[in-house]
Ligand binder design. Structure first.
Ligand code: MG
Length: 469
């Protein structure tokens, strides 16, 4: 562990050195373009390269084989808004004031004191664009074009945030930059295709500048919708149609990069904001056409979206940069979207923000030149810190959470469980080893207390019959 800490410190020093060096100035022609594809509620088990038995994703499988596939990759939170806040600031969402989801009528958004990835890259000479779901503020001052993106096309929050699923008077709008378009209601069936069309137009523009393209697809968040060309075509039901449409459109995008001669100098990332929404509240189940059994897979992992079990925030992650990241790599080492943020700053020679990042550059892990620098991942549920994992061990002190119990049904008075899992050989969270390893429980509980003190998070109160140290 000491070796890892020293390495992390060394990497941090070299990152700061690289960022402050005049030789790494923004005019460096080798700065890569960045394509960051962020699906919504796509689960760990939803791609064929992660083992789905009926859904086929040949283009994403090929992307995996051309770069690195990560199997212990986490988002900053297990629901949409805080996950996006973590990705785009590089800091845990509670630190940036967004521990929970924003609704259609929410005031404010992502703290304006925070620097977004787009603001950092634009300040470093990048063209920037976002096409898809934003969910970091739907009022002036908090829109994508207010937060570092030159252009935007998409919906400002989740595609279910309209009647009959959510009680609001505000129609779900499709925005072009900072203005709603006339399209009403939004034609959700073609969103994946239209977002991709925008992305291809953007990357094909005649410009000497490198670009940052953020593509947060609205699907497969419920209500599901696929275009006519994909509906009924997969062996995985409507959910499979939706995933296969995303796969085909990622393929179109990769083909466009290739045709434009940009593939070799573009870092491409595909991941998801959180696990699948299997644990539906009544407001979704009682409304057509949503069905509780729609699909959405965590593969062998426990839990689902909005839980601090592994299926909540552990998601697929594929990263490709030809000639830089060796093809065919596979890693189970710990990595997060917070580290992805730091990696993009690192590889684009973009200076870090004024506020300290929670992540570190994953470059040694991605290239196979060293271990992951990540020491801990913290499982937040809103303002509550539920758990922590290190290289192998996960301590969780929280109410029970399973695949089917909706967090919206919880009262806050559920009994607290303390569990310790060895994620190296039990990523399924089947065997609680807390009794056998009280020293590990005490150590990780101490790590949780430090993080809670640092972020202002709440910790669940242990039942009297459980002793943590
Ligand atoms: Mg989501």
């Amino acid at each position: 562990m000491l070796r890892t800490r020293n390495l992390s410190f060394t990497l941090l020093l070299s990152l700061f050195a690289a960022c402050s060096s005049p030789s790494e100035a923004p005019t460096d022609p080798q700065r890569p373009n960045v394509v960051l594809i962020f699906a919504d509620d796509l689960g760990y088990g939803d791609l064929s390269c992660y083992g789905h038995p009926t859904i086929q994703t040949p283009r994403l499988d090929r992307l995996a084989s051309e770069g690195i596939k990560l199997t212990s990759f986490y988002t900053a939170a297990a629901v949409c808004t805080p996950s996006r806040a973590g990705l785009l600031t590089g800091r845990y969402p509670l630190r940036v004031g967004l521990p929970g989801n924003l609704g259609p009528d929410s005031e404010g958004g992502l703290n304006q004191e925070e620097r977004t990835l787009a603001e950092g890259l634009r300040g470093n000479g990048y063209r920037t664009a976002a096409f898809g779901k934003w969910h970091l503020g739907a009022v002036p001052g908090y829109l994508p074009t207010d937060r570092g993106f030159d252009e935007y096309f998409g919906i400002l929050y989740s595609n279910d945030m309209m009647p009959p699923w959510v009680n609001t008077q505000r129609p779900l709008h499709l925005y072009r930059n900072d203005q709603p378009t006339a399209e009403q209601p939004v034609e959700q069936a073609t969103l994946t295709q239209r977002y991709t069309d925008e992305a291809i137009r953007f990357l094909s523009a005649d410009s000497d500048k490198p670009f940052f393209l953020y593509l947060p697809y609205a699907m497969p968040h419920l209500p599901l919708n696929a275009s006519a060309a994909f509906r009924g075509q997969s062996a995985g039901g409507l959910y499979g149609d939706v995933i296969e449409e995303i796969d085909a459109n990622v393929g179109r995008l990769l083909d466009a990069l290739e045709s434009a001669g940009l593939a070799d100098n573009t870092l491409v990332v595909f991941t998801s904001d959180n696990g699948p929404w299997r644990n539906l509240p009544d407001r979704m189940i009682n409304s057509e056409p949503v069905e509780a059994w729609h699909g959405g897979s965590t593969g062998p992992l426990s839990g689902a979206k909005a839980t601090s079990m592994e299926g909540g925030a552990r998601v697929p992650a594929l990263i490709r940069w030809p000639g830089k990241i060796p093809a065919g790599r596979l890693s189970a080492e710990l990595a997060t979207t917070l580290d992805l943020h730091a990696t993009i700053l690192d590889q684009t020679a973009t200076s870090p923000p004024a506020k300290p990042l929670d992540g570190q550059s994953l470059w040694p892990l991605l290239t196979g030149t060293g271990p992951s620098p990540v020491e801990y991942y913290y499982y937040f549920t809103g303002r509550r810190l539920d758990g922590v994992r290190d290289t192998n061990w996960k301590l969780r002190i929280a109410p029970p959470a399973d695949d089917w119990s909706s967090p919206e049904h919880m009262t806050g008075k559920e009994p607290v469980q303390l569990t310790l899992y060895n994620l190296k050989n039990d990523p399924f969270e089947q065997f609680d080893l807390a009794t056998e390893f009280p020293d590990k429980v005490a150590r990780l509980r101490g790590v949780m207390e430090q993080m809670a003190a640092s972020t202002g998070a709440n910790l669940a109160v242990l039942p009297k019959n459980i002793v943590a140290n």
